[in-house]
Ligand binder design. Structure first.
Ligand SMILES: Nc1ncnc2c1ncn2[C@@H]1O[C@H](COP(=O)(O)OP(=O)(O)OP(=O)(O)O)[C@@H](O)[C@H]1O
Length: 286
């Protein structure tokens, strides 16, 4: 069976997975539509890589159903050819050049081994394509890893912590490439430890704790759901510094009232994404 263009790219229904009798993914359900950039966010060991590996068919779910590009994960040549995967730590044969490396991965995907200059250029490696990987910096190896994941214009891109260890410039470039792919209709799932760096880059965030989904929505929706107060700081008319926590609905009235009292040096701080993330983890533990 193949998927129609608007069908979800990935469907997880009640998925469970245990290792040695210990559940690492439990009763997990979500769908990923075409053209969406989704971040899977959770602490170390939350089960993010396990989910990606199940989507790739590298490990099997013990319970529930997974469909990837209209097929069972790991089955269907057509589905596999439309999938790109960047593992958490990329290992390459060091004596191969970048070009030989990409040629090797292209053949695995059933694509021509040569003719990938546009891809090298896209990840900023064209000048280094004929040098052995041994001489590549960590950032260059990440770029090569990304290039192999992008081979064949995948409809589903699975990126396992793609920004860890990247400098800010390369991180921005990676998010730029991800946004371009999503605009062209690809589904991008990336895992991350941190909500903070996802602002403006992921339309949707799925927060995972101990293998369970504890929140799912845009960052704006997560902010609203968390309902955390904003922090108002000011110097009161008596010269003392004060701090008040305000709910969203109270902000405007409180600010107006404060200005009438002659307060100065007023700052209003919204809850950070880290605060929101901690809130969801806390409410799960409660
Ligand atoms: N092959 C395996 N055998 C036994 N336990 C495993 C195996 N793979 C993963 N686990 C365990 O499953 C849990 C989830 O691991 P997973 O790698 O999916 O987490 P993660 O959210 O990707 O973490 P990280 O952010 O550290 O990469 C961890 O406790 C891990 O030790």
């Amino acid at each position: 069976m193949t998927a129609a263009p608007n069908d979800p790219t990935v469907i997880l229904e009640g998925v469970g997975k245990s290792y040695g009798g210990r559940p690492v993914v439990s009763a997990l359900s979500y769908t990923l539509p075409p053209g969406q950039v989704v971040a899977l966010v959770g602490h170390n060991g939350a089960g993010k890589t396990t989910q990606i590996k199940m989507m790739l068919g590298l490990t099997r779910a013990d319970a529930g159903r997974i469909s990837v590009l209209g097929a069972d994960p790991g089955h269907g040549r057509a589905a596999r050819a439309q999938l790109g995967y960047l593992p958490e730590s990329v290992q390459f044969h060091l004596s191969f050049t970048g070009r030989e490396t990409l040629g090797f991965y292209a053949r695995l995907k059933g694509l021509p081994a040569r003719g990938h200059d546009a891809l090298f250029a896209r990840v900023g490696l064209l000048d280094a394509a004929d040098r052995p990987v041994r001489g590549y910096s960590k950032g260059m190896r990440q770029r090569l890893g990304l290039a192999q994941a992008l081979l064949g214009a995948p409809r589903l891109l699975l990126l396992d912590e793609p920004t860890s260890g990247l400098d800010p410039a390369l991180r921005r470039e990676l998010y730029g490439i991800v946004a371009d792919l999503a605009r062209q209709g690809a589904t991008v799932l990336l895992s991350s430890h941190a909500l903070t760096e996802l602002e403006g880059h992921a339309e949707r965030v799925i927060v995972i704790n101990q293998g369970r989904k504890i929140a799912d929505g845009s960052l704006a929706e997560l902010r609203r759901l968390a309902g955390l107060p904003s922090r108002l700081r000011f110097r009161a008319s008596d010269g003392g510094l004060r701090r008040i926590d305000l709910a969203e609905a109270e902000k405007v009235t409180a600010l107006r009232a404060l200005l009438d009292t002659g307060a100065r040096e007023i700052t209003l701080e919204d809850p950070s994404l880290d605060d929101i993330y901690a809130h969801f983890l806390r409410s799960e533990a409660a």
